[in-house]
Design a protein around this ligand. Structure first.
Ligand code: ARG
Length: 463
């Protein structure tokens, strides 16, 4: 990155002294916006082609611009491009270099355009592509969840409320809960992509331009569905980036919940799962340690993404129309959100299919917390008791079990009959964990049969 304090700026005409060296560095964005170079070049190519189509640019100039932009791109990709903070941002770096390469034709590229509509267009193009990458990682994670859920459709574990054993569920059912969350997340990303795929170019600085631009043609070249319908709005609002960050914050929030469970489950106290060594690290002092770093880090990174959402909301808040330099601050939170989200999804997509369930431990834990108490109450209701009375009866039986340190299923019929004469031999079917999960046999329920159907349906929803 080079810098000097001469006044050879693209906008230097009305200035009588060079920019203060610190101000130059302080106001420059090239260090972080250069990652949009492909979109900037693509946008310029489309703009030049359109200018030529409407007769504002000669075909010789257009061809020189297209050729020059190819060379700029090649210089950037081969690491030969000299990014300069004196040229402030990605837009002026590319334009200035283009003019060095092709001469005067380069100076005509910016006709009917401003960096304000240019940058708004670049970010939309960039985010549009990145959302595609996010969706594919999300899909990969969902596919991994389906794979694991299929293997574990019959595996019984305790289901929790308040982190206390509540009712038995199947591990497959539990995993499918994550699938559903991610399915809604994917929907939000699709919505966001649809709404952002509208082109600001042609809005120029704020009011539009006096050249006879064919905006719809440029939009078509760039794959936009439409053009922004108000120039002031188009150059200034960053709601599309905020929307994306909100969707990202929700994905990370879902992953943080998932992470928390993986951390708990891989502890010696739960010991429900084994995370393969390649997703864990050790301790420099305690030789026995195997730490679930991936879920822990993802849980931590959620804070960072939530923070970026608040940054962007605060950045946009109270901004008067139209473009303000504040908006240059949209990029770092947005880019870091993308990097963090993509990394987290990738780590999870790699890790999830490799999770090993410790089925015996899960089963034993489900047997411990009177997880079939509701089943006993439902049984008594079928025998004619009102649910509230049944609840009371079972509560007493549980208290007896707690005192004796025995599960309901381990009591004799005579013992159970102390609490209600309606209890018969057939109660034991109901008190098994298998009977309990199999009974929840409806759409959305935990019965293994339902879980298998849910997995099959989910496969279709993915395609
Ligand atoms: N680097 C600027 C940004 O990121 C580009 C637009 C600057 N426009 C301006 N009139 N200073 O927003």
């Amino acid at each position: 990155m080079s810098s000097s304090s001469d006044k050879s700026k693209l906008w230097g005409g009305r200035f009588s002294e060079a920019t203060d060296a610190f101000v130059q560095a302080f106001t420059a964005s090239v260090e972080f916006d250069q990652r949009m170079y492909r979109q900037d070049i693509e946008g310029s190519r489309a703009h030049a082609s359109m200018l030529c189509k409407v007769g504002v640019l000669s075909s010789e100039d257009r061809d020189a611009i297209l050729r020059g932009l190819d060379q700029v791109k090649q210089e950037i990709e081969s690491g030969k491009f000299n990014w300069s903070i004196e040229r402030e941002d990605v837009h002026m770096n590319i334009e200035a270099r283009l003019t060095e390469i092709i001469g005067d034709a380069g100076k005509r590229l910016h006709t009917g355009r401003s960096r304000n509509d240019q940058v708004a267009t670049d970010i939309r193009l960039y985010l549009r592509e990145q959302i595609g990458f996010v969706i594919s990682e999300l899909r990969r994670l969902q596919t991994g969840l389906l794979e694991l859920a299929e293997k574990e459709a019959d595996t019984i574990m305790p289901g929790f409320t308040h982190l206390q054993v509540a009712q038995p569920v199947t591990f497959g059912h539990h995993l499918m809960a994550w699938f559903e969350m991610l399915q809604r997340d994917a929907g939000r990303l699709h919505d966001c992509r649809t709404r952002l795929n509208v082109m600001p170019l042609g809005s120029a600085a704020l009011a539009g331009t006096s050249y006879p631009l064919d905006r719809l043609y440029t939009a078509q070249l760039l794959g936009f569905d439409d053009v922004c319908r108000n120039s002031l709005d188009a150059v200034s609002d960053r709601d599309f980036a905020i929307e994306f960050c909100a969707a990202a914050a929700l994905i990370m929030t879902h992953l943080s919940r998932f992470s928390e469970e993986l951390v708990l489950w891989s502890s010696a106290q739960f010991s429900f799962i084994n995370l393969p060594d390649r997703f864990c690290t050790g301790s420099s002092i305690m030789p026995q340690k195997k730490n679930p770093d991936v879920p822990e880090l993802v849980r931590g990174k959620t804070g960072r993404v939530n923070g970026h959402l608040v940054s962007l909301l605060t950045l946009m808040k109270s901004q008067p129309l139209a473009y303000n330099k504040d908006n240059q601050e949209d990029k770092e939170p947005l880019f870091d959100t993308l990097d963090t989200l993509l990394g987290s999804l990738r780590a999870f997509a790699d890790m999830v299919p490799a999770i090993q369930a410790k089925k015996d431990n899960m089963y034993r834990a489900a047997k411990q917390g009177f997880a079939t108490a509701t089943d006993l109450a439902d049984y008594l209701v079928r025998k004619g008791l009102a649910f509230r009375d049944a609840h009371e009866v079972v509560g007493k039986a549980v208290a007896f079990g707690v005192a004796q340190n025995r599960d309901l299923a381990d009591m004799t019929l005579a013992e159970l009959k102390q609490f209600s004469a309606k209890i018969e031999q057939d109660v034991f079917k109901v008190l098994t964990l298998e009977g309990s999960v199999a009974a929840r046999n409806h759409i959305g329920g935990t019965a293994p049969m339902q879980v298998k159907q849910a997995i099959a349906a989910a496969r279709n929803r993915l395609t």
